[in-house]
Design a protein around this ligand. Structure first.
Ligand code: NAD
Ligand code: UDP
Ligand code: UDP
Length: 458
C-alpha cells in the first residue's frame, strides 16, 4: 500500500513536471511569452485582470487626489480653474506655509498657480466662473464694479470695513449664492482662495482720507501689502486702484503715465498721494520679485450714483447743495480744473485692464476738463438755473489742474469713456434726489430712462 502510494506520488510529480515543463535555465526564444499567455488565459484569469484594471481606474477617477499624491496622474490634471479651497487653506492654517509654497508652480502666461493636493472643483461652481475679491466693494466705485461682475456670472466676495462704504450699496445681492460680504479691515491679514483681487479699499474723498491720515496711509501700505501677499499665496491676479493724485500738483498737462509727478511728501494730502505711490511701488515689486500678476489703474475724478452725499467731493457737494437750495461752495477762485468721469466708464476700464495682458499703469479718466466754475454752471443747468455760488478759502496743496492723457488705455485696452458730464450728471442727480428727499416716484422715472441710456454696448 505504501509502495503504491509512493509510486502514485512520483507519477504526480512527473506529470506536473511535464505539464509545466519548468526549466531553471533561462529559456532562449519566445517560449516564455507563449507560456505567459497560456497562463493568463487559463481558468478565466484574463477576466480577473481586466476587472482589476477597471476597478482601479474607477477608484482613481473618483479620487483624483490620490492620483496626484502618488504621482499616478499628470500634475496639470488637478490645477483648478477656480482656485483652491480646502487643502491649501488647511495647510496654511496649520502653519505649513513652506510646504504650501512648494505647491506653487508656474502656470503658463497666467503666472503662478497653486497645485493643491486633493483640490476638487467644489460642487455648484460653474467651470470658468471666477472667484473675485473686491476690497472696498461696499463703496461707491466698488459697488458698481460688483454689480458688473455679478451680472457676468462671477463669484464675488466683498471685503469692506464700512468706513465710507455701506451695506445698502450691495444689499441687492444678499441671498445670491455667488455673493459674499465680509466685514474686514485690510490692514489685518486675510486668508481667501480666489482668482482675482480688485483692491479698492481706501477712502477716496479728501475729507475722508484726511480724517485719520495715519489710518489712510496704513490702509494704502499695510492693506495693499496684505492683499499682495494674498495674491502671491494663491496665484491670483491683483488690480490696484491708484489715483491721478500720484501726479500731485502736476507740472505736465495733460498727464500721461510716464510723468513722475510733483508731490509734497509732508503735506496734508500726502497720506493719500504718497500712500498710493507706495502701493504702486509694492505692486511692481511683487510683480518683479514674486511674479504676481498685477494691474495698475490711475483713476481720475469719478462721479455717479451711490457717492456719499456728504463726502466733501466737489460733484457731490455741488449736487447736494443745489438740490437743497444752498449756495454751491467754490473753493479758491474756482479756476482750478478737474476732468470728470462717469462711474460706468471707469468700471468698464477696470474690467478690461484686469482681464487684459498689460500691467500698466493706465490713466482711466475722462479727458473733458472743467474749471470748478464751469462745473457749477453745468450743475445749475441740470438742477436749478437759479442756484447761487459762494466762494470759500481753498484747501492746502490743492492741485491746480488735472486732465488725463488716455492714449495708452485707448491703444492697449481699446477703452475710452463714453459718457460726457452733461449726460452722466442727471443719473447722479436722480440718485441724490431720491436719497435726500425720498423722491422715489420722480427718481424712478428718470432712473429707468437713465439706465437705458447708460448701458454700455460693448
Ligand atoms: P469710497 O470711499 O466710496 O470706497 C472705498 C471703500 O473702501 C469703502 O467701502 C470703505 O469702507 C472701504 N475701506 C476703506 N478703508 C478700508 C480698510 N482699511 N479695510 C477695508 N475696507 C476699507 O471710495 P471710491 O470713490 O469708491 O474709491 C474706490 C477706490 O478708487 C479707492 O481706492 C480710491 O483711492 C480709488 N480712486 C477713486 C477715485 C474717485 O474719484 N472715486 C479717484 C481716484 C482713485
Ligand atoms: N498675507 C495675507 N493673506 C495671505 C498671505 C499673506 O494677508 O493669504 C499677508 C501676510 O500677513 C503678510 C503680507 O500679506 O503680512 C505679505 O505676505 P508675504 O508672504 O508676501 O510676505 P511675508 O509674510 O513673507 O513677510
Ligand atoms: N472743490 C470746490 N468746492 C467743494 C469741494 C471741492 O470748489 O465744495 C474743489 C477743490 O478745491 C478741488 C476740486 O474741487 O480743486 C476737486 O476736489 P475733490 O475734493 O472733489 O477732489 P480732488 O480732485 O481734490 O481729490
Amino acid at each position: 500500500m505504501a509502495a503504491v502510494s509512493s509510486m502514485n506520488h512520483r507519477r504526480h510529480e512527473e506529470s506536473a513536471r511535464e505539464s509545466s515543463s519548468y526549466d531553471a535555465k533561462p529559456e532562449k526564444g519566445w517560449g516564455w511569452v507563449r507560456r505567459s499567455v497560456k497562463c493568463v488565459l487559463h481558468e478565466q484569469r484574463l477576466w480577473c485582470v481586466v476587472l482589476g484594471v477597471l476597478l482601479t481606474s474607477a477608484f482613481f477617477v473618483l479620487q483624483p487626489s490620490y492620483g496626484f499624491q502618488y504621482g499616478f496622474l499628470k500634475k496639470e490634471a488637478v490645477v483648478s480653474d477656480v482656485g483652491v479651497e480646502g487643502a491649501y487653506s488647511r495647510a496654511y492654517d496649520l502653519g505649513h506655509r513652506r510646504a504650501s509654497e512648494e505647491m506653487v508652480m508656474p502656470y503658463g502666461k497666467q503666472g503662478m498657480r497653486i497645485i493643491s493636493p486633493g483640490a476638487k472643483v467644489p460642487l455648484g461652481l460653474k467651470k470658468g466662473a471666477k472667484r473675485i475679491v473686491v476690497t472696498g466693494g461696499a463703496g461707491f466705485v466698488g459697488s458698481h464694479l460688483v454689480d458688473r461682475l455679478m451680472e457676468r456670472g462671477d463669484n464675488v466676495i466683498v471685503v469692506d470695513n464700512f468706513f465710507t462704504g455701506k451695506k445698502e450699496n450691495v444689499m441687492h445681492h444678499f441671498g445670491n449664492p455667488r455673493f459674499e460680504l465680509i466685514r474686514h479691515d485690510v490692514v489685518e491679514p486675510l486668508l481667501l482662495e480666489v482668482d482675482q483681487i480688485y483692491h479698492l479699499a481706501c477712502p477716496a474723498s479728501p475729507v475722508h482720507y484726511k480724517f485719520n491720515p495715519v489710518k489712510t496711509i496704513k490702509t494704502n501700505v499695510v492693506g495693499t501689502l496684505n492683499m499682495l501677499g494674498l495674491a502671491k499665496r494663491v496665484g491670483a491676479r491683483f488690480l490696484l486702484t491708484s489715483t491721478s493724485e500720484v501726479y500731485g500738483d502736476p507740472l505736465q498737462h495733460p498727464q500721461n503715465e510716464s510723468y513722475w509727478g510733483n508731490v509734497n511728501p509732508i503735506g496734508v494730502r500726502s497720506c493719500y498721494d504718497e500712500g498710493k505711490r507706495t502701493a504702486e511701488t509694492l505692486a511692481m515689486d511683487y510683480h518683479r520679485g514674486a511674479k504676481v500678476e498685477v494691474r495698475i489703474a490711475r483713476i481720475f475724478n469719478t462721479y455717479g450714483p451711490r457717492m456719499c452725499i456728504d463726502d466733501g467731493r466737489v460733484v457731490s457737494n455741488f449736487v447736494a447743495q443745489a438740490l437743497r437750495k444752498e449756495p454751491m461752495t467754490v473753493y479758491g477762485d474756482g479756476k482750478q480744473t478737474r476732468s470728470f468721469q462717469y462711474v460706468s466708464d471707469l468700471v468698464e476700464g477696470l474690467m478690461r485692464l484686469m482681464d487684459g495682458e498689460h500691467v500698466g499703469p493706465f490713466n482711466l479718466g475722462n479727458p473733458g476738463e472743467f474749471t470748478m466754475l464751469e462745473l457749477a454752471e453745468v450743475v445749475k443747468e441740470v438742477i436749478d438755473p437759479a442756484a447761487k455760488i459762494v466762494f470759500k478759502e481753498n484747501t492746502q496743496d490743492d492741485p491746480h489742474k488735472r486732465k488725463p492723457d488716455i492714449t495708452k488705455a485707448k491703444d492697449l485696452l481699446g477703452w475710452e469713456p463714453k459718457i460726457p458730464l452733461r449726460q452722466g450728471l442727471p443719473f447722479m442727480v436722480t440718485d441724490f434726489r431720491k436719497r435726500i428727499f425720498g423722491d422715489s416716484k420722480e427718481a424712478l422715472r428718470e432712473d429707468e430712462m437713465g439706465n437705458a441710456r447708460i448701458t454700455q454696448s460693448d
